[in-house]
Structures are given as structure tokens and as C-alpha cells.
Design a protein around this ligand. Sequence first.
Ligand code: HEM
Length: 398
Amino acid sequence: MGEAVGALFSGQHWLDPYPLYDAIRSCGPLVRVDERFWVASGYAAADAILRDPRMLVPDRELAGLQGVDSAEEAVLGDSMLRANPPDHTRMRRLAAGAFTARRLAGMRAAVTEQATTLARYLAHLAKRGDAFDVVTEFAYPLPIRVICTLLGVPATDQHWFREQAHALTEVLEPALLVTDVDEAVRARSRLGLYFTDLVQARRRQPAEDLVTALTQAHDADGTTLSASELIANLVLLLVAGFETTTNLIGNGLAVLLERPDLAAALRANPALAPSFVEEVLRWDSPVQLTTRWCREPVEIHGVRLEPYSQVLVLLGAGNRDPARYPDPHVFDPTREAIAPLSFGAGGHYCLGAALARMEAQVAFPLLLQALPRLALVAPPLRRPRLTLRGFVEIPVAG
Ligand code: HEM
């Protein structure tokens, strides 16, 4: 067991971690690796861990207990993703209040418009007979334009954001896979300064965007959101909101390019998009893992976790659990009630899940219709990362 988990962290299996997940799950859905380190790889066990309020996200207290200078804490500390109740409850309520259903519904038209503009340009390239990389030209720009529109970040800064987010999200990888922690910390500080300026600008001139909404919440009562929490959550929304969605679109496009039958069906009937998107989320989750720890002893899923135990929750393994999904390795968009673990579960369930789903549901049929002959011209290239699973490049022609 220890060996299998070691192999997972070594980075040898990032290309295809699924056989290793099966090996880990065959030892049990929730198993001990050493005295205070556990791995959840079964669907029900992972779901139970994520939903249990006694299981905490890594926070400043844990970093202090471990006595290490956690890069993750430096980069994501003060944000809701690294906070537990009562701080988490307070921040989450505020952000959710600014992230209203009305604002989301209004985003659908913006998503369709952005996707149409990008797809038209690609159709033009295809007509000229040019090959292009559909990650760089579509899967990246669409989510970044959408999240920047939502936050109220000027379009001219979007390219710079891609570079910063790419550097910053490295801290989410298992330590051995992180190649440049310092660059992640520098990117966090550059983004922090950027948002500090943008917050000042929105104070002078409010706009219909999330930066204004969160800034006003902060200013209305300084105790609801401290200045550093305001900036940390804006940075979180930016990076959580686009890199993951880029990978959802890229992973789905890779499936469609390998399976022309599915592409033809979706092109002809866009109403199939929601179930296709759920199956992409399950089959190749853009976020593969997360972690939890407990302060007290916790009896859960038939085991007892001692105080200060940590659990590695393998979302991507739970999504391929044969006890939950028949023939889990088969991509089958006709499955019912898929409910993958890809957006987490419980108190930290992804705040942007509805937005990400909507973007992907709009994007796939639209791109397929604009490019009726879309096909691979070379094998897609995976990104060498485990936690955020996606492609660097998918070379195509239309
Ligand atoms: C396919 C796209 C996405 C995936 C797979 C994804 C996945 C996740 C997961 C697994 C978590 C929970 C982590 C944990 O429990 O430890 C999470 C949390 C979060 N996500 Fe997403 N996400 C996506 C898109 C988005 C978007 C578009 C936004 C924002 C616009 C967003 C904002 C957030 C935030 C703010 C949290 C923290 C919630 C909290 O701590 O209460 N995500 N996401």
C-alpha cells in the first residue's frame, strides 16, 4: 500500500493514474498508509470524508502543527478553500451571496457569445487548411474570458493571468511534483497586488461585477471579510475558476476526438451535452485529489482515525469505483445519476460547479457545429500534473 501511494507521489503515473488507483482501492476503500496517514479511494468513503464536518481542510493550524512552512498556506491561506468553520462559513456565505443564480443565469449569454467568437475564428483557420491547438485557442481562452467577465477584470490582462495562475496552481500538486514553489509564491503576490489595485478602482467607480460585490461586502462591515481575506478569495476565484474548467473542456475534447460517434451525436443533438459533461467529469476528473485532517478521533466508514490524522481523498479513484459505477473504465454518457466526486462534496463543494458545467455544456456542441470535420492531426499531449489533470496541447485540423 505504502509503495502504491509512493508511486502516486513519484509522478511516474501522471499519464494514466487509473491502474494505480485500482491497485490502491483493492487494499480497501479507506486504508491506513502509516500511523496518521490514510487514503480514501472508494466513492462512498471519499464522499463520507468530504461530508463529515469533523474532517477539516488543511489550514494554518495544521501547517503550524506540522512545523513546516507550507507553500500552499502562503499561496491559498486566508481563502475559503483553506479555512474551516466558523471562518469558512462566514466567507463562503458572503461569496455565495455575490455569486447569485441571477448573475449566473446572466452569464450564459456571455459564455455563448465568447464561445461563438472563438469557434468562428477556428472555423476560419480550418477553412484555410491550418492546423491549430484547440487547448490554446479554445479550452484556455474561454474559461479565462468568462471568469474575468464575472470578476470584472479587464480583457487586456487575461494573457498575464494565464501565466500567473499556471505558476500558482503548482502548489496543489503533491510536494514531489512541484518544480517551482518560489515562482508560485511570487505569482500569488503579483496577483494580490493586482487585486488590491482593482479593489481601489472599484471603490472609486463601482461596476456590476464580483470584485465590486465582494468589496462592498467588505466595506459594509470590516469584520465580515478582512482585507487579506478579500484579496485571497479574489485570487482563489480567479485561479479555481479557469484552470479547472480549461481541463474539463480539454479532457472532453480529447474524448470527442477519439470517439467520432459521440461527436456526431452531440453535434446533431446539443441536448445530450449535460450527460456528456457529467461523464467527462467522472471519467477524467479535472481535479483528481484533495486532503482532509481531523483534530479529534473520528469513527468513519468502519475505521477509527486518531487525532491529527490526514486523509488523501482520491476523487479520480472514487469516480472509477466499480462498487459505484458498473464497468467504471468505460466512457458511457448514457449512465444515469452520475453524480461524480469531481467538484468535491459537503461544506467545500465547488462554488463554481454550476458555472463550469454550463460553460462546458455550451462549448462542446457549439465547437462541434462550427467545425464539422474537426479531427486530431497528432496525439494530444498531457500536462505532467496529477492534481489538476488536463492537456497542454491537442493538435487538430478542421
Ligand atoms: C470543471 C471545473 C471545476 C472543477 C473540477 C472544480 C473542482 C473543485 C473542487 C474539487 C473543490 C473542492 C476542494 C476541496 O473540497 O478540497 C472546489 C472548490 C472551489 N471551487 Fe471549483 N472547480 C471547478 C470550477 C470552478 C469555477 C468555475 C469556480 C469559480 C468561478 C470555482 C470556484 C471554487 C471555489 C471558490 C472553491 C472553494 C469552495 C469552498 O472552499 O467552500 N471552481 N472546486
